[in-house]
Design a protein around this ligand. Structure first.
Ligand code: GAR
Length: 206
């Protein structure tokens, strides 16, 4: 199994879902560390409580995106990370970083990509009047929120939804779909063909 480093910027509920799955399924040994670009990220405490090394690499301490990305890469490599999972990591990673970890950085985005890339996805979905919304797990590429899609989950939009109520419904699905994809990457079960992907069944399911 490969090794995982998780990047966060805040609450860390997707990190919690991954750590919970790792604990339940016996792959905590693969989780090498958590890195936050913000010292006040709630997920840091949760990681430490779960016995996972957690550190801060603050983007504010670097003069450029490239310098921050290089410090981040050094921290990931020092932890022995093969796969990097972004869990609400709210910094855009530069081309050098993306090339260095090509096919090894996975992100979860709170919309049905390619709809609603970027920020404020739930408010924008309500504004556009879509009837279905959701979440997407994808590999990170140079185009923001546009890499090969690994998993998606769909939720209905209700007439009385607010951005908050819709976000809460989507978040439940995020926590369900993200951990199995991370595990598949760690077990080298992801096949990528252009933008199309397949996840092979786990050894126990074959
Ligand atoms: C999640 O909803 C995630 O999809 C979103 O940030 C939230 C983080 O929550 N990510 C993005 O918007 C990335 N573009 P969490 O810290 O509780 O996992």
């Amino acid at each position: 199994m490969k090794n995982l480093v998780v990047l966060i910027s805040g609450r860390g509920s997707n990190l919690q879902a991954i750590l919970h799955a790792a604990q339940q399924q016996g792959w905590m040994h693969a989780v090498r560390g958590v890195i936050s670009n913000r010292a006040d990220a709630g997920g840091l405490e949760f990681a430490r409580a779960a016995g996972v090394p957690a550190q801060v690499v603050a983007h504010t301490e670097f003069p450029s995106r490239e310098a921050f990305d290089r410090a981040l890469a050094a921290a990931i490599d020092a932890l022995g990370g093969d796969i990097v999972a972004l869990c609400g990591f709210m910094r855009v990673l530069g081309a050098e970083f993306v090339a260095r970890y090509a096919g090894r950085v996975v992100n979860i985005h709170p919309s049905l990509l390619p709809s609603f890339t970027g920020l404020h996805t739930h408010a924008r979905a309500l504004h556009e009047g879509v009837k279905w919304h959701g979440a997407t797990v994808h590999l990170v590429s140079n185009e923001l929120d546009h890499g090969p899609i690994l998993a998606q989950a769909v939720v209905p939009v209700h007439d009385d939804d607010t951005p908050q109520s819709l976000a809460a419904r989507v978040l439940v699905e995020e926590h369900r779909i993200y951990p199995p994809v991370v595990r598949a990457l760690l077990e080298d079960r992801v096949v990528v063909d252009g933008l199309r992907t397949r996840i092979l069944p786990a050894a126990s399911e074959r």
